[in-house]
Design a protein around this ligand. Sequence first.
Ligand code: OAD
Length: 265
Amino acid sequence: MVNLQLSTYELAKLSDVIIRARRIVVFTGAGVSAESGIPTFRDAQTGLWAKFKAEHLATANAFRQDPALVWGWYEWRRMLVMQAQPNAAHRSIAMLASYVPRLTVITQNVDDLHERAGSKDVIHLHGSLFKPRCFACARQHASGVDIPNQPDAGQRVEPPRCIHCNGRIRPSVVWFGEQLPAVEWNAAMAAVTRNACDVFISIGTSSVVYPAAELPFEARSNGAIVIQINLAPTESDMYAHYNLYGPAGEILPQLLNTAWGSQDF
Ligand code: OAD
């Protein structure tokens, strides 16, 4: 059992805050999927940006210059996700929906592990690996349901062509320099406006990528109690009322079980 590093008094207070909450927002980053074996971006050595250059793989310009390299890299990541399973943190978040009147899940992740754990209406701020679209005309392209046969991250794979305009198909993820999808961003901001959110739980994000990283600050400014779960301190520590350090798959179930006096999570 993980020590939540809270005094008995603080833990009782936090449990009370959680079980009284009517509207909870859970905001996740790559750390929530780390225990499923999906690499994060910024962790030293294991993070994707420690091994690959974002400017060669995660910009529209990179795609224009070498579409096969970029498409191959995202197909490799899609393969990793399809071979992975949701972990205890994803499952606890899905279960939480039966315990609070309103739960909103906002993620920066492009995987589908929240959905596969049972979460509904997840707001994907940075897009998805599973909804490719045309780089030229933006129309959706039917996603492959197969696991791509591509074990190597650096392997070039020609992107498919659009059936409407013959443009190249791109992954429907938000690249550096691109805007967040407006509908998703507006929904996320609405979820943290005043009186919309009692408790905001930020899990496994370094909180350095904007505008997503504004959400904990917005939630706090609008009156929410902010709880952060992360292996290590982040830029958001100062906005959080409670910082819980440790693996999300252990900390979150323990926190929720303690709050509800259950073993359900
Ligand atoms: P990062 O890689 O920046 O941060 C992951 C965070 O998860 C770090 O703070 C880790 O300490 C923490 N972490 C790792 N394992 C954990 C675990 N088991 N339990 C709890 N925490 C853990 O990932 P994000 O914050 O999601 O954007 O990155 C934000 C955005 O930057 C991504 O969506 C992506 C990237 O560039 C785009 O692709 C647009």
